[in-house]
Design a protein around this ligand. Structure first.
Ligand code: AMP
Ligand code: GLY
Length: 450
């Protein structure tokens, strides 16, 4: 950290008034390589507090806002070496992987790294995302509304089969651990549910992650994503968002990492958000503190609105992707200022300012995604960034000045406008103009609201 101290002199009176202005400049290391990290890099780099931004490993887009570093997000020893060598002042994990693997604890328990804040929960706190059973037990202890459930493993497998035989349909099966977004299966038939249950537990369909399974009541409603940043005591609410996970229009077909998002969520009005804060957010933050679970970072509440009542579908210990690509453009605050307050435990002194405009993002993906797809297609026609349009790259790489596709989700186009309709229209127009072989995108993002 560089502390700049300026002394202003008023010499004509031969008096010296020393005005000391302390300015912190931070070297920040952001971890990840998706559209979310491109949006975070874009936002962090705007902060006057940012001296230098590094992104490990980054992508073709993040290098516009900082220096990409070829280190994997969970390679703790390499990250340590890099932080010490560069004098990094703050680490910002974008995805859950390093958090669930304990990057927070790794830094805090290493004398050479302990002074570097890591924006995220401790390893135990990250279990809110890393273990569905942990999250459900936590919600039960703190009276947080969520679907009814039971957990099963090899030991009580037969009890699980009996439970499924009398469970109302559809029924939700969730692998306890991280399963690359594939561990949740919703089944309409009891036979299929019992077969899937066996595959998860006995055949380790999702490896270690499905040795334990949460069997859950199916909730009917409309989903939304609510984000807070917490310093462990207080929290600040960020703009709400809704993502679109299915590959096909009208929310059909396979689940993806996310095909688009909007912010704000039209039905998340004052009355609904008051319920969310009272019944879900506050009990979560207070519960973490009461259980002495260290948590300084983002909490992502995956919620469902059931007849006006919010329920938790899942917790995540990081921002969403592609929600970040609409949330960050609508957040007017200096993100590093919020991070600094988070690390200092003074978030209560901050106030969130939201852009009044609506934001929409539309993801361009490679043909075949989320199954097999080809890479290395030339991408052309990306427009210049403007105050109302941003292109965030996800699966891209550069080769001799030519941008190429390098993943299933290739890039996402965020537009800001006075109405959601106008923002969506603008993103779709740009989606038409950007070209690569096998381009596909959903034309109906935000369909429920327009
Ligand atoms: P997850 O992988 O935890 O994000 O879950 C994937 C998706 O499954 C969620 O976004 C929901 O659409 C759906 N889902 C999970 N749990 C439930 C539930 N109890 N009732 C209805 N849908 C659910
Ligand atoms: N968009 C959902 C997620 O990031 O998990």
């Amino acid at each position: 950290m560089r502390h700049n101290v300026w002394m202003l002199e008023f010499g004509s009176w031969n008096l010296v008034f020393g005005i000391w202005i302390l300015e912190f400049h931070m070297k920040v290391l952001l971890l990840g390589s998706g559209g979310r990290e491109h949006a975070l890099a874009w936002k962090i780099s705007q902060s006057p507090l940012c001296e230098k931004l590094f992104i490990a490993p980054g992508n073709g887009g993040t290098s516009q806002f900082g220096e990409n570093v070829n280190i994997a997000v969970s390679d703790m020893e390499q990250l340590k070496g890099f932080c010490l060598q560069q004098g990094i002042d703050m680490v910002v994990p974008g995805s859950e992987e390093p958090l669930v693997k304990g990057i927070y604890d790794f830094f805090k328990t290493d004398a050479a790294l302990a002074h570097i804040p890591v924006m995220g929960p401790s390893k135990v706190g990250a279990q809110l995302e890393g273990s569905k059973a942990f999250a459900k037990q936590f919600m039960l202890r703190h009276n947080i509304p969520t679907a009814a459930y039971r957990e099963f493993s090899e030991e009580n497998f037969e009890e699980g089969v009996a439970y499924l035989q009398q469970h109302p349909l559809p029924v939700v099966l969730k692998a306890d651990g991280l399963a690359a977004g594939k561990g949740v299966v919703i089944l309409d038939s009891r036979e299929e549910a019992i077969t899937e249950f066996g595959q998860m537990i006995k055949a380790a369909k999702f490896g270690e992650a499905s040795k334990k399974v949460v069997v859950e009541q199916f909730l009917t409603g409309i989903e939304l994503s609510v984000f807070v940043i917490t310093d462990g005591h207080s929290y600040q609410l960020l703009p709400t968002a809704k993502d679109y996970k299915r590959i096909g229009e009208g929310d059909t077909g396979l689940n993806t990492g996310g095909m688009g998002a909007i912010s704000p969520v039209p039905f998340a009005d004052k009355a609904f958000m008051q319920k969310v804060e009272e019944q879900i957010i506050r009990p979560t933050v207070v519960g973490l503190a009461a259980e002495q679970i260290v948590y300084q970072g983002f909490i992502f509440f995956g919620l469902i609105n059931v007849g006006g009542e919010p329920y938790v579908i899942e917790y995540n210990c990081r921002m969403g992707d592609p929600e970040t690509e609409v949330v960050m453009p609508r957040l007017k605050n200096d993100l590093l200022e919020l991070f600094r307050a988070t690390a200092a435990g003074s978030l209560d002194a901050q106030a969130i300012q939201e852009d009044r405009r609506a934001a929409a993002t539309v993801m361009l993906v490679s043909k075949g995604y989320p199954e097999d797809y080809e890479k290395g297609k030339a991408i052309n026609g990306i427009p210049q960034q403007s105050g109302s349009q941003l292109v965030f790259q996800a699966g891209t790489r550069e080769n001799g000045g030519q941008l190429l596709t390098n993943g299933g989700r290739v890039l996402t186009i965020t537009s800001l406008a006075d109405s959601l309709q106008a923002a969506l229209a603008q993103s779709k127009q740009t989606a038409e103009r950007i070209q690569f072989d096998g381009k596909y995108y959903r034309k109906d993002i935000g369909f429920e609201f327009v």
